[in-house]
Design a protein around this ligand. Structure first.
Ligand SMILES: [Zn+2]
Length: 235
């Protein structure tokens, strides 16, 4: 009996190559002999491809979104004689559709285009709620600025993660962005409420985040310094 030296899988006496990782099998104590019966056919069909899986996932997600869309819509039509409350369900499901299955339908979705689509769908959904709510004014002075600041924070984080800086610097930047977004959300809320002080709770969010971010930057600097010293001193 032999085991693969690379992946450790148990090998049948008929193996000249590991069926799992393709490493050649050389066992001097157990030379290869043509077996009377092979454990499986010589040619293994490899039909399962990534796009087949993605297509299947898209179909499953879309169906699981269509069912909860149809039931409230029919109930609403039947009871109220039109689309009243079910528009909230439909709007939320549409947002979910834009968030998950829609980008999966593309082989190489442009993440910035989908960032824009996601932001627009959320802004549109909140506007739908606003337009049917009785109270006025909160969309443009509260909801929209919050959506825009969160979306800009997400966009900045996307640009930073795509850049080629060290992961410690990236993490430091993302912590700082989360802090900035919370400050801007706090500012928007206080401005909307006509509050005396421009910032309240966000101080408690942004200060530890900035401390943590600076610690990460210091560690990153140390790592760089160590590398530099190592190169100069040949150790
Ligand atoms: Zn192997």
């Amino acid at each position: 009996m032999s085991f693969c030296v690379n992946c450790g899988v148990r090998l049948a006496p008929s193996e000249q190559q590991c069926p799992l990782c393709d490493v050649f099998v050389i066992n001097p104590l157990n030379p290869w002999t043509e077996p009377a019966e092979r454990p499986y056919p010589k040619r293994v069909e490899t039909l399962i491809k990534k796009n087949v899986d993605t297509k299947f996932t898209v179909i499953i997600i879309s169906i699981s979104l269509i069912i909860p869309a149809i039931i409230p819509m029919l109930t609403d039509l039947f009871i109220a004689g039109g689309i009243t409350w079910s528009r909230y369900v439909l709007g939320a499901l549409f947002c979910l559709f834009v968030f998950v299955p829609l980008p999966l339908m593309f082989k190489r979705p442009n993440k910035y285009l989908f960032w824009l689509l996601d932001t627009l769908s959320v802004a549109g959904y909140v506007f739908l709620i606003y337009s049917s709510s009785g109270s006025r004014g909160w969309y443009f002075s509260l909801a929209l600025p919050i959506i825009i600041s969160v979306a800009l924070g997400v966009l900045l984080s996307m640009i930073i993660t795509a850049s080629s800086t060290s992961s410690l610097k990236k993490a430091a930047a993302i912590f700082a962005i989360i802090g900035l977004v919370s400050v801007s959300v706090d500012l928007v809320i206080n401005f909307h409420l006509g509050s005396s002080s421009p910032v309240h709770w966000s101080v408690f969010v942004v200060s530890p985040l900035l401390v943590f971010s600076s610690i990460l930057l210091v560690i990153d600097r140390k790592v760089e310094l160590k590398e530099e010293l190592r190169k100069r001193l040949f150790y």
